[in-house]
Design a protein around this ligand. Structure first.
Ligand code: FES
Length: 153
């Protein structure tokens, strides 16, 4: 863990002064600060609060608002619903994976993007569709992918 991250982690842990009753709030704060809950944070939390790591992982896995895997600054969803697939979504997904050098479900090493394939986004008429954060990009052609990604670099 980088020094800056360790400092942020310490600040969050100190805020609750080792009180076990604040575990969920503490995990939410970690999620909010790092955009995920790093394993090092879970270990430190476990040590300080004397709670087994397995219990912390169980809680963090239960809540949808928490992630135990790194999530990039920008979330890209490529629609793989039937209507988008018919219009070439697989090619768009392959191209996006190749440009970002990650597979769907993964995060780029610079933590800028997390790529996911999703089912119908409810706007089939403009397929194939890519959503970056809350921005919908419709009728995405292969040559548009690079331009879309560069907007979020
Ligand atoms: S199938 Fe892609 S938006 Fe519906």
């Amino acid at each position: 863990m980088r020094d800056a991250d360790q400092k942020k982690l310490d600040e969050i842990l100190n805020k609750y002064n080792g009180a076990e009753g604040f575990l969920i709030q503490l995990l939410l704060d970690l999620q909010s600060e790092f955009n995920w809950i790093p394993r090092e944070a879970v270990s430190e939390l476990s040590e300080r609060l004397k709670i087994p790591c397995s219990q912390i992982f169980r809680i963090a896995s239960f809540y949808k608002a928490m992630s135990l895997n790194p999530i990039g600054k920008h979330k890209i969803s490529v629609c793989m619903g039937t209507a988008c697939q018919v219009r070439g979504a697989q090619k768009i997904l392959d191209l996006t994976e190749s440009k970002l050098k990650v597979k769907q479900g993964e995060t780029t090493p610079d933590m800028n993007f997390t790529l996911k394939r999703v089912n119908c986004l409810g706007c089939c008429a403009i397929g194939p569709v890519i959503v970056v954060d809350d921005d919908y990009h419709g009728r995405v052609a292969s040559e548009k992918v690079d331009k879309i990604l560069r907007q979020y670099d």
